[in-house]
Design a protein around this ligand. Structure first.
Ligand SMILES: Cc1cc2nc3c(=O)[nH]c(=O)nc-3n(C[C@H](O)[C@H](O)[C@H](O)COP(=O)(O)O)c2cc1C
Length: 117
């Protein structure tokens, strides 16, 4: 059997499959319930911003001739809630799954607290 594991600096994945940020939410949305996320090499969680973002008004997803287009608007509960609730819940459900963060902001300054910690 072909070995699919990949070594990244400080992180080894059992396979290279890592979904695009946000497509599995924080591991608690509908797509996350379709199959075990343990099948992935890692999950990339939804982009997290300093403050909560409500995202764009509905409809956030629309069908076009050849597929779908989306404009979710980086909807997320903000970094404090992600650290306090979302990540512990994801880790409790998947103790061994590598979790990759995605950080967003409206300015360079928004990312400074992340850099300090
Ligand atoms: C439901 C949904 C939520 C998404 N949320 C985010 C997000 O939080 N952050 C982000 O950078 N991209 C987000 N995206 C965009 C995806 O990461 C990805 O760039 C997009 O699906 C295009 O992927 P492709 O270039 O492989 O076609 C989201 C996409 C979908 C469908």
């Amino acid at each position: 059997m072909t070995a699919l594991n990949v070594k990244l600096p400080g992180l080894e994945l059992k396979n290279p499959v890592m979904p695009a940020s946000g497509t599995f939410g924080f591991g608690d949305d509908a797509s996350s319930k379709m199959y075990s996320l343990d099948r992935l090499g890692a999950v990339v969680v939804k982009t997290t911003t300093l403050e909560e973002r409500l995202g764009n008004p509905n409809p956030k997803i629309g069908l076009v001739r050849d597929g779908a287009m989306n404009a979710v608007g980086l909807q997320n509960p903000g970094v404090e809630a992600v650290i306090a609730k979302k990540l512990p819940a994801l880790r409790a459900k998947y103790p061994h799954l590598p979790i990759v963060g995605s950080v967003g902001g409206s300015s360079v300054e928004d990312t400074l607290p992340w850099r300090k910690n």
